[in-house]
Design a protein around this ligand. Structure first.
Ligand code: AMP
Ligand code: ZN
Ligand code: FE
Ligand code: FE
Length: 276
């Protein structure tokens, strides 16, 4: 089976790339995309761990961009690592600055936290701030941290440093990566119907049709958009590690049981972008 959306400790997942690969193999996954937020630091370890298991690693990432002032995630599949490394490091440094700004906001609100060290190309995110709030005893759970402080427009929320969806799509295309709009129905800055034509114009090549947050009718709608605009379909569980708390938005690895048949069209789209 196929799993095209997962996170490791290189961003806000809780399993290392090796642990994730072993778990995916146990769960019956045959091809796994590692899609860490703004970093490709997990690939090498994942590929090394997957080789003896016969598991295929789909090299990928999840870019954080801003559209209409709201967070928009764009997945990129099969990027050229060398071309991407330096622009991505700038994004990761931006995430580190953002984490420090959120910590400073929390301190001002009377909730100081100990921010962990974030090594090299590791991309920190709000879940790390949530954990630090929990460790400091300010909240009982990470869900509470999001509800009280970190949710969009929450008192300690800080948006990503400005990087538009169009810029993100352009960067991915330059690196030979297939840009795919992640979980479109989570987006809060407008309707999918009105936004999609502009993104396609900007070079978007696919939609993440299958995601645990999408309802059956939303999935049907996204399948229709893919046919209308000639976009590739992807899907995945957006796995962040074993559940410590009940969070209805996230589910277990390979819960969607997606067919490997989604992979050849994605590979064909990537091939079109590579110089022949
Ligand atoms: P960031 O990219 O730093 O803004 O963080 C986004 C990540 O936070 C998502 O990928 C989820 O892993 C996590 N997240 C978002 N909303 C919530 C929530 N309400 N509760 C727990 N985790 C969340
Ligand atoms: Zn995440
Ligand atoms: Fe996302
Ligand atoms: Fe994700």
């Amino acid at each position: 089976m196929l799993e095209l959306h997962s996170h490791t400790t290189c961003s806000d997942g809780s399993l290392t790339p090796t642990e994730l690969v072993k778990f995916a193999h146990q769960q019956g996954v045959r091809a796994l995309a590692i899609t860490d937020h703004d970093t490709i630091a997990g690939w090498d370890e994942a590929i090394a761990a997957a080789l003896p298991l016969g598991l295929e690693i789909v090299p990928a990432l999840e870019l954080s961009t801003v559209y209409n002032g709201r967070s928009m995630h764009i997945l990129g599949f099969y990027p050229d690592a060398d071309t991407l490394r330096s622009p991505l490091q700038a994004r990761v440094e931006g995430r580190k600055r953002r984490a420090r700004t959120m910590a400073a906001k929390l301190a001002n609100l009377g909730y100081p936290i100990d921010l962990p060290e974030f090594p090299g190309s590791m991309a920190p995110g709000r879940p790390h701030i949530a954990s630090a709030l929990k460790s400091a005893g300010h909240v009982k759970s990470c869900n509470e941290a999001f509800d009280r402080f970190l949710k969009d427009d929450g008192p300690a929320y800080v948006p990503y440093e400005k990087f538009t969806a169009e810029q993100g799509i352009e960067l991915l295309l330059q690196c030979g990566a297939v840009p795919v709009w992640a979980h479109p129905y989570i987006f809060r800055g407008g309707t999918v119907e009105t936004i999609l034509p502009g993104l396609v114009q900007a070079g978007l090549m696919g939609l993440e049709v299958y995601h645990p947050t999408h309802s059956p009718s939303q999935i049907r709608k996204l399948e229709e958009y893919c046919h209308t605009y000639g976009l590739v379909m992807t899907g995945g569980s957006d796995y962040h590690g074993p559940k410590k708390e009940k969070n209805p938005d996230f589910c277990d690895l390979n819960n969607l049981e997606l067919s490997l048949n989604l992979l050849p069209p994605l590979k064909a789209a990537a091939k079109k972008l590579k110089p022949s």
